[in-house]
Design a protein around this ligand. Structure first.
Ligand SMILES: CC(C)(COP(=O)([O-])OP(=O)([O-])OC[C@H]1O[C@@H](n2cnc3c(N)ncnc32)[C@H](O)[C@@H]1OP(=O)([O-])[O-])[C@@H](O)C(=O)NCCC(=O)NCCSC(=O)C[C@@](C)(O)CC(=O)[O-]
Ligand SMILES: NC(=O)C1=CN([C@@H]2O[C@H](COP(=O)(O)OP(=O)(O)OC[C@H]3O[C@@H](n4cnc5c(N)ncnc54)[C@H](OP(=O)(O)O)[C@@H]3O)[C@@H](O)[C@H]2O)C=CC1
Length: 428
């Protein structure tokens, strides 16, 4: 049976890790081949974006121990920051002992917006659009019949009036929301094609002028939720009882919920887990970032993306709900060899399942940071792992990297200046 519980994985060499994955059938020969050479060729890169001069690599690590809805997941994470992968794996290890994460996702309904200005009678224009709602939905679907064939496509339409109170026909506008089920695609291009196709009819119906026809990244009808319930005994840490850790995490959450200065950092810690998997799977992380932060302000003040509380049995309960406009097809997903490899490692069957994994990792990442913050402080675990990058930045190479990193940790001086002194002392 496939498992994501691989103790001591991090103590192996890179080569041994690849071989183990191959033995576990998480990996094909092709996957191993992709990892051992330049994954994205300059030739392919030159077809992906403009003015290409090369490619930019990131480390790809595996978040381990994830048990979500009873299924094991090995989570590909592309990220430059140390301690993120370790921390996600650490919390996933704790959570699996209490049954794992539970997660769910809504239907994948995304929003396409059409902006109409200069309507002579904005209410008549709104009524005209609503009267033709079914015909407009049909027209949108006719622009992308393959989505309808897959069981998706445009499903609904709403009309909003913005700036009505201004009394100025110049600033008043009609905004049409076309709700589109994009199935397993993130859907930006699909949505844009559909809403662009409606523009001429919309102008005719409203006597106004259409300007923008574009998806909204505030994908509040394409949500994913994760939850974990952890008994306090699983939270105890050197010198701290489980109850103390639980209370610390809840107070940390309350801080983030009440103060945008803290909430931004708290949420950055959540995106530490989310972005790496979004990137590794070839998805659009700007879209996910924009939607997530907007959702954190949905109640009028920017606050915590997660919620932490104690249930009546004294367990720590964590919840995270976010818009998650990601796909398992489309965009760069089938183009970038590493994205293809990440999907085969993850083994998700749908975009909804991918979204559930992503929010579970985000929730784990948040708890990893909070647990460290309310106990030893962030520097102990994070800086110990950062010490290797510090040694490299100071000019260490080969075996010297680990020697200097160890010394920096022992001397509790994880700084580039100190590392340079040590490099000089070894080279002389
Ligand atoms: C780093 C740990 C996990 C160490 O924590 P530890 O207690 O020393 O870990 P451990 O040695 O007991 O190991 C427990 C498990 O952690 C994993 N683990 C442990 N070490 C490794 C490693 N080297 N490589 C890979 N995995 C590792 C691994 O799964 C291991 O289980 P095992 O496999 O041994 O059975 C802990 O200190 C921690 O979680 N710290 C928090 C790190 C963090 O949050 N980093 C994010 C960067 S800081 C930031 O940007 C966000 C922030 C903090 O500002 C957000 C906020 O303010 O809210
Ligand atoms: N604001 C934003 O966020 C914007 C983002 N983008 C970019 O758009 C891209 C994402 O757009 P997207 O429309 O998803 O990508 P694509 O344009 O690649 O469309 C996805 C394609 O996948 C095919 N497909 C195969 N199987 C399925 C399935 N099961 N479900 C759905 N589609 C399937 C469909 O092809 P067919 O139906 O022909 O078989 C569809 O055309 C990203 O690169 C993003 O960066 C672009 C503009 C704005």
């Amino acid at each position: 049976m496939k498992t994501s519980r691989i103790p001591g994985f991090y103590k192996m060499t890179v080569e041994a890790r690849r071989e183990l994955l191959e033995e576990m059938h998480s990996f094909s020969n092709d996957d191993k081949e992709i990892l051992s050479k330049e994954a994205l060729s300059t030739e392919t890169a030159d077809k992906m974006i403009e003015n290409v001069i090369g490619t930019f690599s990131l480390p790809l690590g595996l978040g381990l121990n994830f048990l979500i809805n009873g299924k094991e997941y090995v989570v590909p994470m592309a990220v430059e920051e140390p301690s993120i992968v370790a921390s996600a794996s650490y919390i996933a290890k704790i959570v699996r002992e209490s049954g794992g994460f539970t997660a769910e996702a809504t239907e994948r309904v995304m929003i396409g917006q059409i902006q109409v200005v200069g309507c002579p009678d904005i209410h008549a224009a709104k009524a005209a659009i609503l009267k033709e709602k079914e015909a407009l939905i049909e027209d949108a679907n006719a622009a992308y019949p393959s989505m309808v064939a897959r069981g998706g496509g445009a499903v609904d339409l709403e009309v909003r009036i913005l700036n009505e109170e201004s009394g100025s026909t110049y600033s008043q506008m009609l905004v049409i929301h076309v709700y589109i089920d994009t199935r397993d695609a993130m859907g930006a291009n699909i949505i844009n094609t559909m809403v662009e196709s409606l523009a001429p009819t919309v102008e005719e119906l409203t006597n106004g002028k259409v300007y923008l026809r574009i998806l909204s990244n505030y994908a509040d009808k394409c949500l994913a939720r994760a939850r974990c319930v952890i008994p306090p005994e699983l939270l105890k840490s050197d010198g701290f009882s489980g109850e103390e850790v639980r209370e610390g995490v809840i107070h940390a959450y309350e801080f983030a919920a009440s103060d945008p200065y803290r909430a931004v950092t708290h949420n950055k810690g959540i995106m530490n887990g989310i972005d790496p998997i979004v990137i590794a799977t070839g998805n659009d992380w700007r879209a996910v970032e924009a939607g997530a932060h907007a959702y954190a302000a949905k109640d009028g003040q920017y606050g915590s993306m997660t919620t932490w509380f104690a249930d009546e049995d004294g367990n720590l309960v964590g919840e995270l709900e976010l818009p998650m406009s990601v796909g398992t097809v489309g965009g760069a997903i089938r183009v970038h060899p590493m994205a293809k490899l990440s999907h085969s490692l993850l083994d998700v069957e749908s975009a909804q399942e991918l979204a559930q994994v992503i929010v579970s990792v985000g929730l784990a990442q948040n708890l990893g940071a909070l647990k460290a913050l309310v106990t030893d402080g962030i520097q102990k675990g994070h800086m110990a792992l950062h010490s290797r990058s510090v040694a490299i930045a100071a000019g260490a190479s080969g075996e010297l990297i680990d020697i200097i990193a160890k010394q920096l940790v022992e001397e509790k001086q994880i700084r580039v200046g100190k590392a340079k002194e040590l490099v000089d002392s070894y080279i002389k």
